[in-house]
Design a protein. Structure first.
Length: 243
């Protein structure tokens, strides 16, 4: 996970607002290399551990509703590169054409098994393969759809210095995001105008204080948050439409 030289990053990111974040990361090149090694090793271990549960989830999805088991959607990762994120399908087929790009807690597009998978974040298990491919990392800014990235401020572009993440500090603080969007008139506009800027404050601060220890703390915090969800009956985090 090497950081490009400043002159080699995309023009839209090479601005005064991004430079302080770039400088902070450039002083941690060794830790970035270790971060990538950690991603690959842990992803391989988790895929082996969860291979049977993932097969069972696939069978349940197929039995629950018509459509593909794995959902692919264009998202944005490091340096603005577009990739296809992989998730277990939790919504009806063509859900992204039938509503907003983010979901609310009472979204009618979510299937029965999908609601369970979202509750415990099991729908994100296929992203382990995205991590191995280098499109994602365990800890980093959650990948947004292209339309939302186009509305980033110049400073928000700094989050694209690193690959998109499976979890983040913002993900923990906004684990009830779907409930927050439950009663708004326009989910997309509310997300961009109110929620995204708040999440970005956490994402940008995480870049400034990046370290392997900080990543481990966020991973632990995510596990505790998920266990807390199990204990109190669950909540949904949207993080973009996922069929």
């Amino acid at each position: 996970m090497r950081l490009r030289k400043w002159d080699n990053i995309p023009d839209f990111m090479r601005c005064d607002e991004v430079r302080p974040y770039y400088d902070a990361l450039s002083r941690r090149q060794f830790q970035l290399a270790v971060k990538r090694a950690f991603d690959v090793v842990v992803s391989l271990i988790l895929i082996i551990v969860f291979v049977l549960p993932m097969l069972m989830i696939a069978l349940l999805i197929r039995a629950d509703s018509p459509g593909k088991v794995i959902y692919r959607q264009e998202r944005v990762t490091q340096y603005g590169r577009i990739f296809f994120i992989h998730k277990f399908r939790t919504m009806v087929t063509d859900a992204d054409r039938k509503g907003a790009h983010v979901t609310s807690a009472n979204d009618s597009r979510i299937t029965r098994i999908g609601r369970f998978l979202r509750k415990y974040r099991l729908d994100e298990l296929p992203q382990l393969f995205d991590v191995i491919c280098g499109d994602m990392t365990f800890v980093g800014t959650r990948p947004e759809v292209v339309g939302y990235v186009k509305r980033y401020t110049p400073e928000m572009m700094a989050t694209l210095l690193l690959p998109a993440g499976i979890t983040s500090e913002a993900s923990i603080h906004f684990k009830d995001e779907a409930r927050m969007l439950q009663k708004v008139d326009s989910v997309d506009e509310t997300y961009v105008a109110e929620i995204l800027p708040l999440k970005m404050k956490y994402n940008l601060e995480s870049i400034k204080k990046f370290s392997l220890w900080h990543d481990l703390v966020i991973i632990l915090g995510t596990v505790i948050a998920v266990l807390g969800i199990m204990g109190r009956g669950g909540s949904d985090e949207s993080g973009g439409t996922a069929q």
